[in-house]
Design a protein around this ligand. Structure first.
Ligand SMILES: [Fe+2]
Ligand SMILES: [Fe+2]
Length: 476
């Protein structure tokens, strides 16, 4: 009976799935150096972007190129003068604006090296930048979410200021030591416009650090995300997928990162994607998921029915494939859950700063960069019984995640603060950790089937909406 009620709830909740609302604190104002940097960056317009490669021996690049520049190359050298270079070629796609987006994968990178690179298309040359590969399995990633770089018709400086705010946070993180990866859990843009993604990657920190993106509900208000990204290991066998994104995975250190498009509720496809990623990486110890929609820490009453639905369809995947850590966004409220199993608290983590072999999955949500939320818009102070720790601030938040083979340490900072406001360490003594075995439920296939039907209907409607409003977002 309980399952039937949940299913009815699922059907009633579908209309809420794409809900979003405002209520935010504004960005920093760009300083003089950024105001001088900005016009040249926009004039160049290439928006060079480096994503993680399939493994540490690869990097994925993309950039805008003129319509007639069909050749896309990344030149890579171990020397700053670019001698003894190797050239990698790729392909390009024609954008809705009529120019091209080049997509090139650089391969055969050796561990523990610094590489210099330059992107080229036609007669255009980027500057020479550099990145380094890991020497071992340990690394530090910055995790953030809901960056919300926003196009504003009324305020021409908004993109510059919000881009500056994100860059400032990236500089904060880079000042604290080696930064090997940046992870975002979606809503990088607000309207999904090309100008927002160009502004998103303006920071020089991102020329040297791979930046793993994830589609949020705001990213699919437009179409630019699809052209902008160049993700590794995209899952192309999904029966239901959105117009802008595919699930994808990459491995760094001893961590298998799986990134989902949670705008699409069709769980059979998401599960098949995980099965494939895990099958191809059986010996990788840690499993980390990133997707956009919050599950346990929402604080937003009118979204609770949507969250209940999402918990029901996502938690079986965490259990079955023993995910260690799940990184989310959407609510703009910082929370860390208890160790979750069976969509319930299996082990309370409240009051702790570390746990060894947790009996389930830890689910984390960070705050927004350009739209930090305080208690307003009907948000309520108490958070759910499954939340171990929560934090409210008007400032942007970022998190440094120190990955080693034994542990993941999370250090969470407010912008411009030297000391973390929260730290938490998850240690695993072997690959399974404390995850209970047999995370499958008799009713899971039925719930997945309902989610597949809903997902398919939702994508048909969303695709039709895109086609109808195509001219509203092209060129912005
Ligand atoms: Fe958001
Ligand atoms: Fe969102």
């Amino acid at each position: 009976m309980k399952r039937v009620k949940r299913t009815v709830g699922l059907l009633l909740c579908v209309l809420l799935l794409c809900s979003a609302f405002g209520g935010h604190v504004s960005a920093l104002e760009a300083d003089g150096a950024w105001q001088r940097y900005w016009p040249d960056y926009i004039e160049d317009g290439s928006a060079v972007y480096m994503a993680p490669g399939a493994t540490e021996s690869e990097r994925n690049f993309s950039w805008y190129a003129p319509k007639d520049a069909q050749d896309c190359r990344v030149v890579v050298s171990e020397r700053e003068d670019m001698t003894y270079a190797r050239t990698f070629t790729g392909s390009s796609v024609v954008t809705p604006e009529g120019d091209r987006r080049c997509k090139v994968t650089v391969t055969e990178l050796w561990p523990g090296k610094t590489y210099f690179y330059r992107c080229e298309s036609g007669v255009w040359r980027s500057g020479v930048y550099s990145f380094s590969t890991l020497a071992g399995k340990e690394f530090t990633a910055m995790y953030t979410t809901d960056i919300h770089v926003s196009y504003d018709e009324e305020d021409a400086a908004n993109l510059m200021n919000q881009s500056y705010t994100f860059s400032h946070v990236l500089e904060n993180a880079a000042d604290k030591g080696a930064l090997d990866l940046v992870i975002s859990a979606g809503d990088q843009a607000s309207l999904g416009y090309r100008s927002e993604y160009t502004s998103l990657v303006a920071s020089p920190v991102l020329r040297s650090t791979p930046f793993a993106l994830c589609p949020g509900n705001h990213d699919r208000k437009g179409i630019a995300y699809k052209y902008f990204t160049n993700n590794p290991n995209e899952y192309n066998r999904a029966l239901v997928h959105s117009l802008i994104a595919r699930d994808y995975w990459y491995v760094k250190g001893d961590v298998l990162f799986m990134v989902f498009d949670s705008n699409v509720g069709a769980m059979t496809d998401h599960r098949n994607f995980v099965k494939q990623a895990v099958r191809e990486n059986p010996d990788v110890k840690w499993r980390v998921a990133t997707f956009h929609h919050d599950l346990y820490g929402g604080r937003i009453p009118h979204r609770e029915s949507e969250n209940a639905l999402l918990r029901m369809i996502w938690s079986p995947i965490f259990d079955e494939f023993r995910f260690d850590l799940v990184l989310l966004g959407h609510s703009h409220y910082y929370t860390i859950s208890n160790a979750m199993f069976g969509n319930k608290t299996k082990q309370s983590l409240a009051g702790l700063d570390s746990v060894t072999d947790p009996a389930g999955t830890v689910v984390m949500v960070s705050g927004s960069i350009n739209r930090p939320r305080i208690l307003e818009d009907g948000a309520e102070p108490p958070v759910g019984e499954n939340v171990a720790y929560s934090y409210l601030t008007e400032k942007p938040i970022y998190n440094l995640l120190d990955f080693s083979q034994e542990s993941i340490t999370i250090r969470s900072y407010e912008m411009d603060s030297d000391e973390p406001f929260h730290t938490f360490t998850i240690t695993k003594t072997d690959a399974e950790g404390g995850h209970p075995a047999n995370g499958r439920d008799f009713y899971d296939p039925f719930v997945r089937l309902i989610s597949d039907i809903y997902g398919w209907i939702n994508e048909v409607v969303t695709t039709a909406r895109f086609r109808l409003h195509w001219n509203d977002f092209v060129g912005k």
